[in-house]
Write a protein that binds this ligand. Structure first.
Ligand code: NAP
Ligand code: GLV
Length: 308
């Protein structure tokens, strides 16, 4: 039995140190050192190549190094292999920090003030109280709910949208495609924290933007594939939307010369909102491996039919 890690090698060394200290009985390899491939029962990876998956004849569990699993290609993973997504406190707190920063940036017009500063213009915009700013989160999962909890103390009017009905204290909840337009109608700031699936690809399109209040703004911390890029440019240029914070793009990195790079109403970051932290994640994965070895059900297993 062994564990194979195939992702960032520098962070991999931290994973290896934690496994060596806390589970010396479990052999831990960092790719390209696979050890005996026939012994690998657990694979920890972001985007495992299909040849690697095929070479691991006794693989039992694939741990995604990220919360999202769209990058894996679920159909390439044998049915006998369980897929587990990343749910760990380090990633959650990073996402909470980033989403809070993005909402406050939009709420307090920071992109506008940055433009005015560069133009040497002293101009005060109306300060809108948080209670009059409506923030909506698409995706009421681990990350969406953590972000809503962090935003609550500011006093924003909060709402959320999910696939199945949810109850979240202090949040007006909507579910299903039939309630999407009603949800959108009360989102001055819209945050996308959905998984990328067949049902959510390009969900951030011109039709969705038309249902937002005039001048609303967008935070995309889901996946680049959620966004119809030209629809966003049209919406910003026509004033339907006022600004966007984009942590994810398609493709990544965004090519040189892409209009997002220089757009005055877009704040672009290179997919760093919620990053898996080895110090916290390794212990969560180790606990899940121990559960599996004891014959207990794994936590955070991906529902392949739902795609997340
Ligand atoms: P999660 O716990 O699985 O939650 C996903 C949420 O999305 C659930 O509430 C789910 O509804 C909802 N959803 C899924 N499909 C939907 C649909 N068709 N219509 C409406 N709602 C739908 O996932 P998570 O851990 O919060 O992560 C969410 C996503 O964030 C990841 O998949 C990834 O794409 C992204 N992410 C980005 C970064 C970054 O750095 N930018 C970092 C981590 C994650 P139900 O509650 O009904 O199941
Ligand atoms: C990062 O994008 C993740 O899915 O964890």
């Amino acid at each position: 039995m062994s564990i194979l890690y195939r992702s960032d090698a520098v962070r991999g060394r931290i994973w290896a140190e934690i496994f060596a200290a806390e589970a010396p009985e479990l052999p831990f390899h960092i790719w390209p050192d696979t050890g005996d491939t026939a012994a690998v029962e657990y694979l920890i990876a972001w985007q495992p190549p299909v040849e690697l998956l095929r070479s691991l004849s006794r693989l039992q569990v694939l741990f995604s190094i990220g919360a999202g699993v769209d990058q894996i290609g679920l159909e390439q993973v044998p049915d006998s292999v369980s897929i587990v997504r990343m749910v760990e406190p380090g990633l959650v707190s990073g996402m909470v920090e980033f989403a809070t920063m993005a909402v406050l940036t939009l709420h307090r017009n920071v992109l506008d003030y940055h433009r005015y500063q560069r133009a040497g213009t002293w101009r005060q915009m109306e300060v809108i109280p948080a209670a009059k700013r409506r923030v909506g989160v698409m995706g009421l999962g681990v990350l969406g709910q953590a972000v809503l909890r962090a935003l609550a103390p500011f006093g924003f009017a909060l709402r959320g949208w999910s696939r199945t009905p949810k109850e979240v204290p202090g949040v007006t909840c909507y579910s299903g495609s039939g309630s999407l337009d009603a949800f959108l109608g009360g989102c001055d700031i819209l945050i996308c924290l959905l998984p990328l699936t067949d049902a959510t690809r390009h969900i951030l399109d011109s039709q969705l933007f038309r249902h937002l209040p005039q001048g609303a703004s967008l935070v995309n911390v889901g996946r680049g594939g959620h966004l119809d890029q030209s629809a966003l440019l049209d919406a910003l240029d026509s004033g339907r939307l006022s600004a966007a914070v984009l942590d994810v793009c398609d493709p990544e990195p965004l090519p040189a010369g892409h209009p997002f790079w220089q757009h005055p109403s877009i704040l672009l970051t290179p997919h760093i909102a919620g990053v898996t932290r080895p110090e916290t994640a390794a212990r969560i994965v180790l606990e899940n491996i121990r559960r599996h070895r004891r014959g207990e059900p794994l936590r955070d297993v991906v529902d392949r039919s739902a795609g997340y």
